[in-house]
Design a protein around this ligand. Structure first.
Ligand code: F6P
Length: 281
């Protein structure tokens, strides 16, 4: 596993370099989910593929930017699913973006997830690695990652990051979000899953939601590349991650690009989501 984490460190350093050196405009291609790709998406995907292909323990790689699974070593042990540059359109306006990785052994399901890692590119580059615990590292001027601290969520937080187009929220979802605000929760939503979930983790807790909406009943965020890795990280940090009712890591994708409604948070907020969604869906 350490060889996979070391490859992710190299990827982070190269993607950070790409922000300065590369053209950040849109390309004329679309990815597997139908999003128009930025040239930076294509470059980041190339960097990730190049570095991961050198890791002998990796059997398969699955990219958010690609239609199919790529076998790199039939004798390898792990499958890694990744989003090379999540929220990449925010790079355009100089906001934080991130890379997300989920490392599976013996098949791609929540229970086979052995580790999850994300890298956040902001004023600093930080990497968060979840195995039995959740640990944060910071990239130094010597281009080495240094351990900073362990991350644990409080039982209850103060932040609320509500995703999805409000025009299409269902009435019970709107009521739930409004109730949190009426209880003093503060709005923190940048539109980048990595920085939005990172902020909640580091500030002790709260709720990030991306619900099923009238226009997108299955939500927007992808199980393999975004949802499962963060569900794993939140659980290992002492929080919870559900689809409104069920534990996210118990869901089984039928296709590698499947999406699901998702809620990540500290325990008290997730209990409140369950209560609000109990008689709905
Ligand atoms: O999946 C890409 C992404 O940019 C996530 O990083 C983010 O949480 C979400 O989409 C934002 O979606 P919306 O613009 O609908 O709030």
């Amino acid at each position: 596993m350490i060889e996979v984490i070391e490859a992710i460190e190299k990827i982070a350093i190269r993607i950070k370099g790409a922000f300065i050196e590369e053209d950040i405009s849109y390309s004329n291609t679309i990815n597997a989910t139908g999003d128009v790709q930025l040239k930076l998406d294509i470059k980041s995907d190339l960097i990730v593929e190049e570095e991961l292909s050198k890791v002998y323990t990796l059997k398969e790689i699955i990219s958010e930017e690609k239609e199919h699974i790529l076998t790199i070593n039939p004798d390898g042990k792990y499958t890694i699913a990744y989003d090379p540059l999540d929220g990449s359109s925010l790079a355009d306006v100089n906001l934080s973006v991130g890379s997300i990785f989920g490392i599976y052994e013996d098949g791609i399901s929540g229970e086979n997830l052995k580790a999850a890692v994300y890298v956040i590119y902001g004023p600093r580059v930080e990497m968060v690695v979840a195995r039995d615990t959740v640990e944060m590292y910071k990239l130094g001027t010597n281009n080495k990652f240094k351990f900073l601290n362990r991350i644990m969520l409080n039982e209850k937080g103060k932040l609320n990051a509500p995703g999805g187009t409000q025009q299409y929220w269902r009435a019970y979802h709107k009521k739930m979000i409004d109730t949190l605000f009426s209880r003093g929760y503060r709005l923190r939503y940048s539109g980048g899953m990595v920085p939005d979930l990172h902020q909640i983790l580091l500030k002790g807790g709260g709720l990030f939601s991306y619900p099923g909406t009238i226009d997108k009943p299955k939500g927007k965020l992808r199980m393999l590349f975004e949802v499962f890795p963060f569900a794993f990280i939140y659980e290992k940090a002492g929080g919870k991650a559900i689809d409104g009712k069920k534990r996210l890591l118990d869901l089984i994708p039928t296709h590698i690009h499947d999406t699901t409604p998702c809620f990540f948070g500290s325990n008290e907020e997730i209990e409140f989501v369950k209560k609000s969604y109990k008689d709905e869906l």
